[in-house]
Design a protein around this ligand. Structure first.
Ligand code: NAD
Length: 355
């Protein structure tokens, strides 16, 4: 297959971690006979320096016209004083809006080799933590009317059936590519929008008979994520619930450098990025952990290109790297073998095998 990938290296550690992900993708292409073409896109602080704009229209166009976008990270102290609408992060918001990505997918996975990094009890971690939260990204209370009148503040929460249906479908389709269990999280004992959410999810479930759908109230879900995370495969939920639950979930897995994410819209063209920022404190020192970015590339293969075997191969290569005891500084523990960003990427690339 031939795929055109827009590549945003961005700022800080962005170029270092993205280079390692591309090295891994190149090896996947060799092993499986694919061609990945890369188009460089300027976004963030580097785009402000070069173009006077964090995401010029011409750069956004390259992303929209690609098969998918791989992003490192943007931002840094150098651009702290630029006006709000010209900040590096504005480029990212414009990119998400321009690509129309309404579904944010963040996996919560603990690698058994790093189980001691979790704040949860060993007995819970040992049951395995490996689930994805599918969060609606451009609707709900964050996008409703906000106003304050005298001593009263109002935030409006609205969802319509079409908005719920499109995110619901992403939830079902994600579950189809995993263990076929979907948990729909809402607050239908109190909120009308949640009752509509539940109704639409159950109507959709008739179209996905291979996926087991369950319902859970959001307060119970917050508790279950720390009490029994092994029960989850895919969670689908609305914007604010997903915002809170996905941060909770990322914390139970350990290091920020390990976690990838994807954002998808109506087309298969997605945005793939690690959840962390540009880490200016370690930029240019070959200390960054590129695994979150490498795993984001694996998500791109699985969710945008339907290359599940290739995605598994990358995840197996990461696992073999961790098994061998190699660790970047952020996940270093007693007895680990310290490596830098480049060596980490090379070792994972060298571990890649066709399944
Ligand atoms: P950060 O995530 O960049 O860093 C937080 C801490 O985690 C730092 O100590 C850093 O060294 C460490 N860290 C992060 N990623 C790492 C990795 N891959 N390997 C090893 N260590 C890693 O958060 P911050 O310091 O609050 O933000 C720095 C800049 O990044 C800011 O300008 C912020 O606006 C921006 N930011 C960008 C994005 C994005 O591009 N999506 C997201 C968050 C923050």
């Amino acid at each position: 297959m031939v795929k055109n990938i827009a590549v945003i290296r961005g700022d800080g550690i962005g170029p270092e971690i993205v280079n390692e992900a591309i090295n891994v993708l190149d090896r996947v292409a060799e092993l499986y006979g694919h061609i990945f073409n890369y188009t460089d896109v300027d976004m963030g602080g580097c785009a402000i320096d070069k173009h006077g704009d964090p995401l010029p229209t011409s750069e956004l166009k390259k992303c929209v016209e690609s098969d998918s976008v791989l992003l490192g990270a943007v931002g840094g102290n150098k651009w702290n004083d630029v006006p709000g609408n010209m900040r590096p992060e504005k480029g990212l918001l414009r990119l998400r809006a321009g690509m129309g990505v309404y579904s944010n997918n963040r996996p919560a996975k603990i690698w058994p080799q790093l189980s001691s990094a979790s704040p949860l009890k060993k007995s819970i971690v040992e049951q395995g933590i490996d689930f994805i939260i599918v969060r609606e990204l451009i609707g709900g209370i964050y996008f409703g009317e906000h106003k304050t009148e005298g001593d009263t503040a109002i935030d409006v929460l609205t969802y319509n059936e079409a908005e719920i249906e499109r995110i619901g479908r992403i939830g079902f389709e994600t579950a189809q590519k995993r263990n076929k269990k979907l948990c729909s999280v809402e607050k239908s004992n109190v909120l009308d929008s949640s009752r509509l959410w539940k109704k639409v999810m159950h109507r959709l479930s008739t179209e996905y008979p291979d996926v087991e759908l369950t319902d859970m109230l959001v307060d119970n879900c917050a508790m279950q994520i720390v009490k029994n995370p092994a029960q989850f495969d895919v969670i689908v939920t609305e914007n604010m619930f997903g915002d809170i639950l996905s941060d909770e979930a990322s914390q139970i897995t350990g290091s920020i450098g390990m976690i990838p994410s994807s954002s998808l819209g109506a087309s298969s063209c997605g945005l793939y990025e690690p959840i962390h920022g540009s880490a200016p404190d370690i930029a240019g020192q070959d200390k960054a952990n590129p695994i979150g970015t490498i795993l984001s590339a694996a998500m791109m293969l699985r969710f945008s290109f339907n290359m599940c075997e290739e995605a598994n191969a990358i995840e197996n290569a990461v696992s073999a790297y961790l098994d061998a005891g190699y660790r970047t500084a952020d996940i270093m523990s007693e007895g680990g073998k310290l490596v830098g960003c480049k060596q980490c990427g090379k070792l994972i690339r060298d571990n890649l095998e066709k399944g």
